[in-house]
Design a protein around this ligand. Structure first.
Ligand SMILES: [Zn+2]
Length: 428
């Protein structure tokens, strides 16, 4: 089996030079996550043809089409789940303990950042994340669109990307900050002011290739300052209206009650971070079915970078995040899988799911957040997030049961994207 997989991998890596269709994969022997996401089906064969799960059925009763090369993969003893879907990444950033965010934005070349981004994309896919919503290039222009195109064409390895390009911020509200007001410094996002200004920014990003619009509904106006709302309700309404006209959903960075409230009322689909949310705005989110992406792994990473040893007592930021999850779960807000990876190492995103479980989310709900629930929010629920006939063949095989222990997601054995083996871990 290993030799066969190696052969497929070389085809996948060389994508463009391989003429003809990818070989058909026949997966057998695995426990397969049922469509309800809460139980396992055994004795099923899966036939992957031209990027999709063409057939599922009892072992030995799923005949492959004739005249095509077939690779049979014996997954006996493994647990097969849908490819993971991460909803808040920054492929164009690398960990802040390597290089502070300001230095990355101000001093690293676009070329170096894009090369790093392609390496990050490969690490992400190898970690079992087959789809990723990347929420802003942080000063790297439209490099996320280039990464998406390079991945889609088979030039480089990476997850299926949905990208937000530059993110939209109100004038004089984003970083890098702390400079004398005389200086104009390059920013990590695109400034826009007024109704006409935000509409124009959305139009520019749509033309540049954005799949989502990311807006900062609040931010700290200076280093170390507390966050305050930035855009007016009128501006946010116009921004969402313009994005909606173009068929794009909106993700809003917001952590103040008023920032969250305005973004939700404007029609944002997801709220990023949300730490200062009152119960009142959490109830508003619940009513409007808006998803919370709490980016817990980034909170933890930042606390560690500032010197926290991971032991008790937990720093205030970690306690606030823990408290947010407790209240959001009690109120019934939808909580998603978005880690803000880039703040920490690409490939380590599933730390977010471990923290969600640690803070009170049931394990099957955490797995759903990374699969079926994420697919729904991305508008891809009819072909991703579950293992069903006709769905795209994005699959991850694991040695342990992720419905019992979410940490088994850390070490996938096999990752398949679009019906092609993208990663295989050597096992003793
Ligand atoms: Zn972010």
């Amino acid at each position: 089996m290993r030799l066969l997989i190696a052969m497929v991998m070389s085809l996948a890596a060389g994508g463009v030079s391989f003429a003809g269709p990818d070989p058909i994969l026949l997966l057998s022997g695995a426990r397969v996550l049922a469509a309800d996401g809460r139980s396992w089906q055994t004795g099923q064969d899966l036939l992957l043809v031209d990027g999709r799960i063409a057939r599922m059925g009892p072992a030995g009763q799923v005949p492959p089409p004739p005249d095509r090369e077939v690779l049979r993969l014996d997954l006996e003893g493994l647990f097969l789940i849908p490819g993971l879907m991460e909803l808040h990444s920054h492929l164009l950033l690398h960990p802040y303990d390597e290089t502070p965010w300001e230095t990355q934005v101000l001093k690293e070349s676009l070329e170096l950042r894009t090369i790093r981004g392609s390496v990050a994309a490969a690490a992400t896919l190898a970690a079992g994340i087959t789809t990723e919503r990347d929420l802003g290039t942080e000063g790297a222009g439209f490099a996320d669109v280039a990464l998406r195109r390079a991945i889609d064409s088979g030039l480089i390895a990476g997850p299926r990307l949905l990208v937000a390009t530059r993110a939209i911020v109100a004038g004089a509200s984003y970083g890098p900050g702390g400079f004398d007001p005389r200086w104009d410094v390059p920013l990590g996002a695109q400034e826009a002011d007024g109704v006409a200004g935000v509409r124009r920014a959305v139009r520019q990003q749509v033309r540049g290739g954005a799949d989502w619009i990311k807006v900062y509904a609040d931010y700290r106006r200076a280093p170390g300052a507390v966050s305050t709302p930035t855009f007016s309700q009128e501006e946010l309404d116009a921004l969402v209206d313009e994005a909606t006209s173009a068929g794009l959903p909106v993700a809003a960075h917001a952590s103040t009650p008023e920032g969250i409230r305005r973004a939700v009322l404007a029609g944002a689909v997801t709220i990023e971070h949300g730490y200062g949310a009152t119960d009142q705005v959490l109830r508003l989110m619940k009513t409007k079915n808006v998803m919370l992406l709490p980016t817990l792994a980034a909170v933890e990473a930042m606390a560690v970078y500032r010197g926290w040893d991971g032991e008790l007592p937990e720093p205030a930021t970690v306690l606030a995040a823990r408290d947010l999850i407790r209240r959001a779960l009690a109120i019934g807000v939808r909580i998603g899988f978005g880690s803000d990876v880039g703040v920490f190492d690409h490939g380590d995103s599933t730390r977010e799911l471990e923290l969600l479980v640690l803070y009170g989310m049931p394990v099957p709900d955490a797995l759903a957040a990374a699969t079926s629930v994420a697919a729904e929010v991305l508008g891809l629920g009819d072909e991703l997030g579950r293992i069903e006939e006709g769905f795209l063949a994005d699959l991850v095989a694991l040695e342990g049961d992720p419905l019992r222990d979410i940490s088994v997601l850390r070490r996938p054995v096999l990752v398949i994207k679009n019906g092609v083996v993208a990663f295989e871990r050597r096992r003793p």
